[in-house]
Design a protein around this ligand. Structure first.
Ligand SMILES: NC(=O)c1ccc[n+]([C@@H]2O[C@H](COP(=O)([O-])OP(=O)(O)OC[C@H]3O[C@@H](n4cnc5c(N)ncnc54)[C@H](OP(=O)(O)O)[C@@H]3O)[C@@H](O)[C@H]2O)c1
Length: 287
């Protein structure tokens, strides 16, 4: 019998589409989730569930039992490096053949930003484990405008100045992950996943306005105000400073390059922002 693919982060933005696409393609899928009752409502019965918590290593062996490949999505945890590395060790003990890890754009040996350093440490640990791997390094998600940067009272508040980025649709990331997990030839590869164009936030606001049929504005927030806003909203300090690092990178347009890795892997062009906006227009009509 074909071994299962374990999908971590399966209830999140990227992972839920990875699990669903794999299942649609006929793979045996197990979603590793913290709350099975909640997760069951989100998935059809063809997706098996296992209780899995990165912060509880006693959950690792059960989730990995009978699994051949893993989609590894480290969630935002202050101890990401330690818990993800411990999970990789457990995957090796369990005889996993291939780990497909979600990382982040812009990481190499000179990585300067905190979240990048964490992902780089996880990548390094996977390399040293000797397990077969594929690293997916996406740019900022288009879906951030639905989640983290959603408009408030008709405005998108970000400290990006005129900075631009080649935002990527998470549905494309999931398509790449599903392809890599179900076909040969991706071991040892690193894919940098971007959308088809670099956009500034004023461009984003214009495209979202067209899709939503109402005016959304970009408010270029001073950095201190952005920092204070996140703290007031209850984000812990350990998240706020690393997020400010990402904003600074984007203000400098450092992640504006466009790659063809999505099309090369999936044979479909990367989704452009206008399509993302049309597909999520309801989310922008009343925010
Ligand atoms: N946002 C961006 O622009 C961007 C760009 C590049 C890379 N990334 C990377 O993408 C990843 C985040 O992906 P995402 O946006 O799809 O995540 P997300 O929507 O925030 O979802 C996080 C997932 O992780 C699960 N989770 C949280 N804590 C867990 C734990 N202790 N044990 C097991 N599962 C846990 C959540 O499950 P529950 O339902 O139980 O909470 C959920 O399924 C991060 O590694 C980030 O660095 C993000």
């Amino acid at each position: 019998m074909e071994k299962m693919v374990l999908v971590t982060g399966a209830t999140g933005t990227v992972g839920r589409d990875v699990a669903k696409l794999l299942s649609k393609q006929g793979a045996a899928v197990r979603a590793g989730v913290r709350d099975q009752a909640k997760a069951r409502q989100r998935f059809d019965d063809d997706i098996a569930l296992a209780t899995f918590d990165f912060e509880d290593d006693s959950s690792f062996a059960g989730a990995l039992d009978g699994v051949g490949k893993v989609f590894l999505l480290p969630p935002l945890l202050a101890n990401q490096v330690e818990v993800t590395n411990a999970f990789v060790d457990a995957a090796k003990r369990a005889g996993i053949r291939h780990i497909v890890k979600l990382s982040v754009i812009g990481i190499d040996h000179a990585t300067q930003f905190t979240f990048g350093k964490w992902h780089a440490a996880n990548e390094q640990h996977i390399r040293e484990s000797g397990l077969a791997f594929t690293f997916l390094r996406p740019n900022s998600f288009m879906q951030n405008f639905v989640t983290h940067f959603s408009p408030r009272n008709g405005s998108i508040y970000l400290p990006w100045g005129n900075g631009t980025a080649s935002f990527v649709d998470t549905r494309d990331i999931a398509s790449v992950a599903a392809e890599v997990l179900t076909s040969d030839g991706h071991e040892g590869k690193i894919y940098t996943l971007t959308g088809p164009a670099a956009l500034g936030i004023a461009d984003v606001a214009r495209i979202l306005s067209e899709a939503a049929g109402r005016e959304l504005k970009y408010v270029d927030v001073p950095e201190d105000a952005a920092r204070d806003g996140m703290l007031q909203a209850g984000l812990p300090q350990w998240q706020v400073e690393p997020i400010m690092e990402l904003h600074a990178i984007n203000k400098q347009s450092r992640w504006s390059a466009v790659t063809s890795d999505i099309e090369n892997v999936t044979s479909n062009p990367a989704t452009d922002f206008a399509e993302f906006a049309r597909d999520h227009a309801d989310r922008f009509r009343a925010s």
